[in-house]
Design a protein around this ligand. Structure first.
Ligand code: ADP
Ligand code: MG
Ligand code: MG
Length: 193
């Protein structure tokens, strides 16, 4: 699937709406295994993204850069630089291709490099690593997204704040995985993607 400024913008607006609707839920997930701010961090960031994209970017690369900068400067916490890196890597990749699967591959590689987390560490990487191949194969579904998010419940956190809890981080869904799930859901629901 090839991304355009219009499909990217509606994808981001859909994501922003999901984040806003579920901000409290995301922060609630972050309360037992973190510091209870993930939903507030993300909703501040996506509000800024929505505002910036209201002025139509000239091309996909500048749209990705705008999104990345808005997230890096407003989200904060661990998730800000990680989501920011994902979009910055997509900006770079978009100078050679606008294929969604390839862009997401670059984003995932950026998140892994920046945060040092691997699949199984109970971070957003778990959702991205599982779902990017589905996007590339055209086999992404709501059920797969849900499964990937819920799978983090049984994991022991190895990175981020939740890792301070060791075994006690089990039995809780990772908040960054939930918000990443919304990003993939928003993509599924975007017409033309
Ligand atoms: P903070 O923990 O600084 O308050 P947030 O609450 O906004 O930041 O984000 C927490 C989320 O960030 C976690 O649920 C996890 O998915 C993600 N995360 C934290 N550290 C890493 C890391 N090293 N690599 C990938 N994702 C991470
Ligand atoms: Mg937090
Ligand atoms: Mg925090």
């Amino acid at each position: 699937m090839t991304l355009t400024v219009d499909t990217l913008t509606s994808w981001m607006n859909n994501f922003a709406n999901k984040i806003e609707e579920n901000a409290q839920h995301l922060s609630d997930l972050d309360t037992p295994i973190g510091d209870g701010d993930h939903g507030f961090n993300m909703s501040r960031g996506m509000k800024a993204v929505k505002e910036k994209l209201a002025t139509k970017p000239v091309d996909v690369t500048s749209a990705f850069k705008t999104i990345a900068m808005a997230l890096i400067s407003t989200v904060g916490g661990a998730s800000g630089p990680l989501y920011g890196t994902a979009f910055l890597e997509m900006a770079k990749k978009s100078t050679t291709t606008n294929d969604l699967g390839e862009l997401l591959d670059a984003a995932l590689a950026g998140i892994e490099k920046r945060g040092g987390a691997k699949p199984g560490d109970k971070t957003m990487v778990d959702v991205w690593a599982k779902l990017v191949p589905d996007v590339k194969n055209g086999t992404l579904t709501e059920d797969k997204i849900h499964e990937a998010v819920v799978a983090t419940k049984d994991m022991v956190a190895k990175k981020g704040r939740a890792s301070y809890l060791g075994e006690r981080s089990k039995e809780h869904v990772d908040p960054g995985s939930e918000s990443s799930g919304y990003l993939f859901e928003a993509m599924l629901e975007t017409e033309g993607l």
